[in-house]
Design a protein around this ligand. Structure first.
Ligand SMILES: C[C@](O)(CO)[C@H](O)COP(=O)(O)OP(=O)(O)OC[C@H]1O[C@@H](n2ccc(N)nc2=O)[C@H](O)[C@@H]1O
Ligand SMILES: Nc1ncnc2c1ncn2[C@@H]1O[C@H](COP(=O)(O)OP(=O)(O)OP(=O)(O)O)[C@@H](O)[C@H]1O
Length: 280
C-alpha cells in the first residue's frame, strides 16, 4: 500500500513568551497559520518490520533521528501491529528555519498512517501522540489557523484572518530552536490574561499584531535578519516578522502576485531563498 501526502510549513503571526517552566520549556501564546510551501511525503506499508526514512539530498535520513521515523514508530506501537514502513521525504521546506518542517512531517506521518491503517485514532489522540514528538506537532494535526497556548500544544480556533499573501525569505542560515529558547533572557513574567486579544480582521490589523519575542535573541545574533525585515517593508510589505525561532523572515502583501513580483526583484540582487506563499 502506498500513499502521497503534502506536509506544509507554518508561520507564527505572533509569539509571546510568558515564562520558563522548571523542565526548561516555555509558556507561550502564539497565533499560527499554515502556508502552501510543502514537503511531499510518500508512505509505503508492507508486510515485515522496521521503519526506514529517506530524504533525497539531505542528511536527514538517519532513521532514528528523523522525526518522521519516530512518528511512524509511535503509530505502530499504538496500533500494536508489526509492519514494514518506508517513508520518502521530498524536502522543499528549509531545515531549521522556523517554519516547522520537521514537526509538519511528523504530523503528516501520524495522520497519514492512521488513515492508511484504518486506525481511526481521532484528532485528540493524534495530537497527544504528536505532543510526545515536539511542541509544534499538534498544531499541524489541528490543521487550521490556531491560537496556541501552554507550550504551544493547547489549540483554539482563530476565527477570522485576512486574505493576504506572504513572502518568506531565508538567507540560508540554520538556527537551533533549543539555542534560541536557552539564550532568551526573560525580563519579566507575562500573564496570558494581560495579552492584547489577537483579533485580526483586516490586513492592517494583522500587521499591527505581528510580534515575536524570540527576535530578541535571533536578530541580535544575525543582524542581517533585521535588515531583511526592513527591506521587505521598503519593497511594499505592510508588515514583516521573523517566524518561530528563525531565521526565516516574512513580509505581508496584499496578494500573491505582489509577493511574487517582490521575490523576483530581490532574487536578482540576493542569493537567498524566496518563497511567495498563500495561507492555508
Ligand atoms: C519556535 C516554535 O517553532 C514556535 O512555533 C516552537 O515553540 C518550537 O516547537 P518545536 O521545535 O516543535 O519544539 P520541540 O521540538 O518540542 O523543542 C525544541 C526546543 O525548543 C524548546 N522549547 C520548545 C517549546 C516551548 N514551548 N518551549 C521551549 O523551550 C525545547 O526546550 C527544545 O529545546
Ligand atoms: N523530517 C525532518 N525534517 C526536518 N528536520 C528534521 C526532520 N527530522 C529531524 N529533523 C531535525 O530537526 C531539526 C529542526 O528542523 P525543523 O526544520 O523542523 O526546524 P524548524 O523549522 O526551526 O522547527 P520549529 O519551527 O518547529 O522550531 C533539524 O536540525 C533537523 O536535523
Amino acid at each position: 500500500m502506498e500513499r502521497h501526502f503534502n506536509s506544509p510549513a507554518k508561520i507564527n503571526l505572533c509569539l509571546h513568551v510568558l515564562g520558563r517552566r522548571l523542565d526548561g520549556y516555555h509558556e507561550l501564546a502564539m497565533a499560527m497559520q499554515r502556508v502552501d510551501l510543502s514537503d511531499r511525503i510518500r508512505i509505503q506499508v508492507s508486510d515485515g518490520s522496521g521503519v526506514r526514512v529517506s530524504c533525497a539530498g539531505l542528511r536527514l535520513d538517519v532513521d532514528e533521528e528523523n522525526i518522521a521515523a519516530k512518528a511512524a514508530k509511535l503509530v505502530l506501537a499504538e496500533s500494536r501491529r508489526e509492519l514494514a514502513i518506508t517513508i520518502s521525504i521530498e524536502k522543499n521546506i528549509p531545515v531549521a528555519a522556523g517554519l516547522g518542517g520537521g514537526s509538519s512531517n511528523a504530523a503528516t506521518v501520524l495522520a497519514g498512517l492512521d488513515k492508511m491503517l484504518g486506525l481511526e485514532l481521532g484528532q485528540r489522540r493524534l495530537m497527544e501522540l504528536g505532543a510526545q514528538l515536539g511542541a509544534d506537532v499538534p498544531f499541524f494535526i489541528y490543521g487550521a489557523p490556531a491560537w496556541a497556548t501552554g507550550t504551544g500544544t493547547q489549540l483554539d480556533a482563530l476565527p477570522s484572518l485576512p486574505d493576504v499573501a506572504y513572502l518568506l525569505v531565508n538567507p540560508k542560515i540554520a538556527v537551533s530552536t533549543a539555542w534560541v529558547y536557552q539564550s532568551l533572557e526573560l525580563t519579566k513574567g507575562g500573564e496570558l490574561a494581560n495579552l492584547p486579544r489577537f483579533s485580526v480582521v483586516t490586513r492592517d490589523d494583522l500587521c499591527a499584531a505581528l510580534h515575536n519575542d524570540l527576535e530578541r535573541v535571533t536578530l541580535q545574533r544575525y543582524p542581517l535578519l533585521a535588515e531583511i525585515k526592513q527591506l521587505l517593508l521598503e519593497y511594499g510589505a505592510c508588515g514583516s516578522l521573523m517566524s518561530g525561532s528563525g531565521a526565516t523572515v516574512f513580509g505581508v502583501f496584499a496578494d500573491y502576485a505582489e509577493a511574487c513580483r517582490v521575490a523576483e526583484e530581490l532574487k536578482r540582487k540576493q542569493d537567498w531563498l524566496f518563497y511567495p506563499v498563500k495561507p492555508l
